[in-house]
Design a protein around this ligand. Sequence first.
Ligand code: NAP
Length: 261
Amino acid sequence: MSEADGPHRVAIRHVPVRHVLILGGTTEGRRLAADLAADPAVRVTSSLAGRVAEPRLPAGQVRIGGFGGPAGLAAWLREQHVDALIDATHPFAESISRNAALAAAEVHVPLLALRRPSWVPVPGDDWHSAGSLAEAAEALPGLGRRIFLTTGRQGLAAFAHLTGLHFLARSVDAPEAPLPPDLDVLLDRGPFTLDGERAVLREHRIDVLVTKDSGGAATAPKLTAARELGLPVVVVRRPTPPPGIPSAPDVAAALAWLGLL
Ligand code: NAP
């Protein structure tokens, strides 16, 4: 008799593996992928848009590039037998979130938005709310002359017509035209420290900060540094997310939604 047939034989439980697709490009998307990749009952694929030349790759499988609109995403969900879809994209990535809502509804795949909470002003903040990058650009001439743009390289065109102002733009990769005529570029990628942000604001003699309401800790120290220096901050409000999609504020809540906590 072989050992496998004996009294100590180990029963093997067959747990069905669930395929989770994460639409990523964010810190939270990477954290969720790391947790799911460690779970043998889950197959996790992360999808990145391919905007960044050298992206930080999440754990698990990764695919890069657009799907070809909602129909392409729906086809991918079907062909790859996706059981759950997590939209962990940036709160300003409007198109892919809309596509996710349409595709998930079409193929009846449960969809959760993993969306970090908005930033909230605290006493001492001098925040100016803007509905769009264009509205932020309109507000600038009345607020200062040396502007720190932290809205990402894709939105710089909204500021390209502002000739009388000096801009410092921070982005992961170099921005492309159209750009403001008086522009310095700082190539860097978060997370950022409070000391680092204080140094940037002082060294570049910044008098206005422009940011999207991205939320989260990785890029929040600039808000503290601006507050300390009494600088106005133009905060671009988030676009409205697609209606009727459940949302989780953090990775733990997303794991709970998946039934894994
Ligand atoms: P977007 O405007 O919402 O999407 C434009 C198109 O890019 C989508 O229609 C889709 O193409 C493709 N796409 C976007 N995200 C994708 C993903 N995760 N996987 C596969 N395809 C994707 O997106 P965006 O604002 O340019 O953002 C692109 C990526 O950068 C997202 O992953 C987002 O999380 C990340 N990000 C964005 C910001 C921001 O401020 N917008 C900031 C930090 C990180 P198809 O229609 O062909 O599928």
